[in-house]
Design a binder for this molecule. Structure first.
Ligand code: SF4
Ligand code: SF4
Length: 171
């Protein structure tokens, strides 16, 4: 079922006044998406499908996006390949960011997203420093990694309400 309000949100978010950017479903994004290539064996016939996501988003087909497997929204690793190759210059990852944010707002993001967010909140890094990494860097003659300012990152994350979202999904 088409959700016109959702469709308007996507269009407002993506298009602004630039009406020439309609997707014409050429599938170049899906054909070159690395996630699509590695997920064909377990996720539909095309694997993860950014083309289909764009179609459903621009048509306002909200249920097809939010009621589906979490991979539909969260499969994109934001490598930006599709953005660079889209002949219509559609910023696919911008639309996917909107969909991801909507998923978090609805409390429907998969648990691993909250766990990853908590790691970033606690360490100010997605992958915390490990002594093995530090040792390897030393062996390679590389400088130590500068420690991030955890307080600064936590202040930023609290400002956007990320801390309460993380707490709600702990456990
Ligand atoms: S988003 Fe771009 S690359 Fe993907 S199907 Fe649409 S026009 Fe083609
Ligand atoms: S940015 Fe996302 S959808 Fe686009 S090619 Fe990379 S993984 Fe696929």
């Amino acid at each position: 079922m088409i959700d016109f309000e959702f469709r308007k949100q996507v269009m407002d978010y993506h298009m602004g006044s630039d009406i020439i950017k309609y997707c014409y479903q050429c599938s170049r994004c899906t054909d070159n998406c690395p996630v699509s290539n590695v997920s064909k064996d377990f996720y539909g016939t095309t694997g993860y499908d950014p083309r289909l996501n764009i179609l459903n988003a621009l048509l306002g087909n909200k249920d097809a996006i939010f009621s589906a497997d979490p991979l539909t929204i969260w499969g994109c690793t934001v490598c930006d390949t599709c953005n660079e190759l889209c002949p219509q210059n559609i910023e696919l990852t911008e639309i996917f960011t909107f969909l991801k944010n909507e998923s978090v707002k609805k409390g429907e993001a998969p648990n691993f997203i909250y766990r990853q967010a908590k790691t970033i909140f606690d360490n100010a890094k997605a992958i915390p420093s490990q002594s093995a990494i530090e040792r390897r860097r030393e062996q390679l003659g590389l400088p130590s990694v500068i420690k991030p300012d955890v307080n600064e990152i936590q202040t930023l994350l609290k400002n956007i309400g990320a801390d309460s979202k993380i707490k709600q999904n702990e456990g």
